[in-house]
Design a binder for this molecule. Sequence first.
Ligand SMILES: [Zn+2]
Length: 160
Amino acid sequence: MKLSLNTLPRGRSEQIFDSIAQLQHDESIEWKPLSLILDLSIDHHDQSFYLKGHVTCTGLFICSTGMEEFEDTLEGDFEFILTYNSKHLDDNASEEIILIPGPQIEYDLYPVVHDIVLLAIPISHICGPDCKAGKALQEGIQEEAKPDERWAKLKDMFNE
Ligand SMILES: [Zn+2]
């Protein structure tokens, strides 16, 4: 997921990255990534690159209610400036700016994409409002919790 900085045209351009391999080989990820798309728009001025990205990632996750596997799509956005010019840091206090030691051939966007995807995962990640596996699981627990009739009879005997 490397953006070639040295070949970027001046002004606006668009790029799409769709390689899932790096995410699939990432050992810090405990679910199964299926597809990934990064829509990137770049605005290149002088020594700076204004980057705006939209990340869409589908994967197989474990439902926190029913513990079954389900497919979900995660989405997130990022926006930052890459610059060779340290003067830029003072001028734009409100924006996220990354100073890169210039000139670089490429910039790896993978760490950014990785963080966006992980932040998009809800804390309680469920397959939907009506989790069938969750209902079945709960019914199973209630079934087990029911008092055994044989014990009830024994109890009566003691009471008599
Ligand atoms: Zn579920």
